[in-house]
Write a protein that binds this ligand. Structure first.
Ligand SMILES: Nc1nc2c(ncn2[C@@H]2O[C@H](COP(=O)(O)OP(=O)(O)OP(=O)(O)O)[C@@H](O)[C@H]2O)c(=O)[nH]1
Ligand SMILES: [Mg+2]
Length: 426
């Protein structure tokens, strides 16, 4: 890969199909993705066609124009807005003489650069290998040419033997990775089960990349006066977050909950990546409440909302209750003055300016502690475990020691009601 400091020059190519209404938006998003990969667009080649050309994606003439642009600019990569078939990729690489990436390949590259934890690294490697597998022949053809140039062997022989070896090698590695990931997932499941049984309701922040999820997590931690001072990275860059972070949010009256922040979504998130990141995203799947964070200052936020909802469906998390946070509302002059604005399950806030945090917390608590009831109970002294549970989860209104045990008046969360009914005291 290129030196990280130096931005690799890129020619961006886009094909506008008749059916594609959001082409301009996709091209703009490509600029942000390329930027997130520390590369620089030096030229853009675009074409309008009813459908992609089978062999070269672009039309023949356009493909030659692309080659010219590459020669003129000295670009190191040619990146396509859409996704290319293995054959198209190979042909375009031959035509331009440089490395050709499609959108999926670019997103994989960003993920691989950002992956920090062991789990994220394994997930990205697995997604990358699955992507490469059907595209290997293009790569070996390239190597074969080099070997052929030295004149000692037949291109075909080297290419094909190497290809076969590589396929086998990669398949073995993919299997190995899924075993390792499965082990990590089991550990997570056990940890999650532990949290579910003994502690607090869980709330997950999800949404399009760059919507402000990490900013909101940091602000809520700060606002709740929690002493967890470990901030998560918030940055104006696509896919700043790749791992899941969980923080405990303190509230008055013992209504604490766990808040998680995770990898953002994007339109057409490559399927291999969704699959590979499933265990990272699993935190959202198991939440009691999902907060969908949207950047309302983005003209395309409705599209982002749909992408988020579709991705949740794919993760089978669409039945979990949700709140919609319309974030970055400070950038909308018409509402900025009177934030927060609340409409049913939607709340307009500014995470960055800290506007609407209190109201959002109220909405969260109303949801996760919905169905809670005030009970008067007498707990035998022997049930210290249950007393602890109440202290962790319930809002304790009064507590007094009687000869037979502890008499408590509590606001008990719905999921615990059954466990305490038998101790109710008239
Ligand atoms: N004006 C404004 N900017 C905000 C607000 N919330 C977040 N931002 C900015 O938006 C950018 C992205 O914020 P993040 O919190 O990193 O977004 P994210 O959703 O975690 O993004 P990924 O981790 O990349 O998926 C940062 O530059 C923030 O400062 C807001 O309420 N108003
Ligand atoms: Mg983030």
């Amino acid at each position: 890969m290129e030196n990280k400091e130096e931005q690799a020059p890129v020619v961006l190519a886009g094909l506008e199909l008749d059916s594609d209404e959001d082409f301009e938006h996709s091209m703009e998003e490509m600029l942000s993705l390329i930027d997130a990969c520390n590369m620089e667009v030096v030229d853009v080649v675009r074409q309008k066609l009813p459908h992609p050309e089978a062999g070269t994606y672009l039309g023949k003439g356009k493909a030659n124009e692309l080659k010219e642009a590459v020669l003129q600019t000295g670009a190191a990569y040619c990146i396509f807005e859409g996704n290319l078939s293995p054959a198209q990729l190979k042909n375009l690489q031959n035509i331009t003489g440089i490395e050709v990436w499609d959108r999926t390949r670019l997103i994989l590259e960003i993920f691989s650069r950002r992956a920090r934890t062991r789990e994220a690294r394994l997930q990205v490697e697995s997604a990358y290998l699955q992507y490469m597998l059907p595209r290997l022949s293009g790569m070996w053809q390239h190597l074969g040419r080099q070997a052929g140039a030295s004149g000692s062997m037949s291109n075909r022989g080297i290419g094909e033997t190497q290809l076969e070896l590589d396929r086998r090698h990669i398949n073995t590695r993919i299997a190995e990775l899924s075993r390792e990931l499965e082990t990590i997932k089991r550990t997570h499941d056990v940890q999650r089960a532990g949290r579910l049984k003994s502690t607090l309701p869980s709330v997950a922040l999800v949404g399009y990349t760059n919507a402000g999820k990490s900013t909101l997590l940091n602000k809520l931690v700060e606002y709740s006066g929690s002493n967890e001072d470990k901030k998560v990275l918030q940055k104006d860059m696509l896919f700043a977050t790749l791992d899941t972070s969980i923080r405990r949010i303190h509230t008055e009256g013992n209504k604490d909950f766990l808040l998680s922040d995770t990898v953002g979504f994007i339109e057409d998130l490559p399927h291999t990546l969704i699959k590979a990141f499933r265990s990272t995203l699993e935190e959202a799947v198991h939440a009691d409440l999902i907060i969908i964070v949207l950047d309302v200052s983005d003209d395309y936020y409705r599209l982002h909302k749909k992408v988020t909802e579709d991705t949740l469906k794919e993760l089978e998390a669409h039945t979990i209750p949700r709140i919609y946070v319309m974030n970055k509302a400070d950038l909308l002059p018409e509402v900025n003055g009177d934030l927060p604005k609340i409409k049913q399950d939607e709340i307009w806030i500014s995470a960055e300016k800290g506007k609407g945090l209190e109201e959002l917390l109220d909405m969260i608590l109303a949801k996760v502690y919905a169905g809670s009831e005030t009970l008067t109970i007498l707990l035998p002294f022997a049930r210290g475990d249950l007393l602890n549970l109440l202290h962790q989860r319930a809002h304790i209104l009064s507590e007094e020691y009687l000869p037979d045990g502890t008499l408590l008046k509590v606001n008990c969360p719905a999921d615990l009601l059954d466990r305490f009914r038998e101790y109710t005291y008239e």
